[in-house]
Write a protein that binds this ligand. Structure first.
Ligand SMILES: CC(C)(COP(=O)(O)OP(=O)(O)OC[C@H]1O[C@@H](n2cnc3c(N)ncnc32)[C@H](O)[C@@H]1OP(=O)(O)O)[C@@H](O)C(=O)NCCC(=O)NCCS
Length: 173
């Protein structure tokens, strides 16, 4: 396999002015799972340490984002909904989205975002991260150290709203 092309894009903490760019990337990455701008703005307001963007350092254009926040294991936040508040505990986290603009895929940017998130959560005393794999990304998430776990009936019902290939996955921090 040949070397990957060099990319100028870099991950950095999300800022309030990035939200519109985040929403644009979300629209292209998850065309079947609409989430309102307010959902992204709320996650950022509630837990900025779990929000990162992949951006061009010169133009500041957003080409990717990662959003995660404290959330109980075995529970999935409803899509396109405001959370209101987060649990006080900083042990279990939910990786809500990792998405790259199509132009920014295949360049090796995904792993560094996950590593950056885990480093930050470890420093907060985090123990585990869960997510819902969609878009045929089971193998991708396995490559990032996550494993699919069996879902009980309640979890299965919630997963069904994410599409037939949705799987609940977890990884220890
Ligand atoms: C999933 C996504 C973030 C991966 O980004 P990417 O730029 O392709 O990933 P990278 O180039 O950093 O690749 C990282 C590794 O994962 C592998 N990989 C990427 N997508 C994969 C997939 N769908 N299945 C299996 N492996 C995959 C790459 O081959 C690479 O492996 P390597 O390190 O052994 O070379 C990107 O495809 C995306 O934004 N998709 C749309 C949004 C989405 O579905 N997000 C996940 C929702 S749960």
């Amino acid at each position: 396999m040949g070397a990957r092309p060099v990319s100028v894009l870099r991950w950095r903490p999300m800022r309030a002015e990035d939200i519109d760019g985040v929403v644009d990337v979300a629209r292209t990455a998850f065309p079947d799972h609409f989430e309102a701008r307010a959902c992204f703005a709320e996650r950022f307001a509630l837990f900025a340490p779990g929000c990162f963007v992949l951006a061009d350092p010169v133009t500041a254009g957003v080409k990717g984002y990662l959003v995660a926040y404290p959330w109980p294991l075995g529970a999935i936040p409803p899509l396109d909904s405001l959370l209101g508040t987060l649990p006080d505990e900083r042990e279990a986290f939910y990786l809500h989205d990792l998405a790259l603009h199509p132009d920014a895929r295949g360049l090796g940017h995904a792993g560094p975002a996950v590593r950056r998130l885990f480093k930050g959560l470890r420093a907060l005393g985090g123990q585990e991260v869960a997510l819902v794999s969609v878009n045929d990304t089971l193998a991708f998430w396995r490559g990032q150290g996550f494993a699919a776990v069996a879902a009980d009936d309640a979890l299965r019902r919630k997963l069904s709203s994410y599409g037939p290939d949705a799987r609940y996955m977890r990884r220890a921090i």
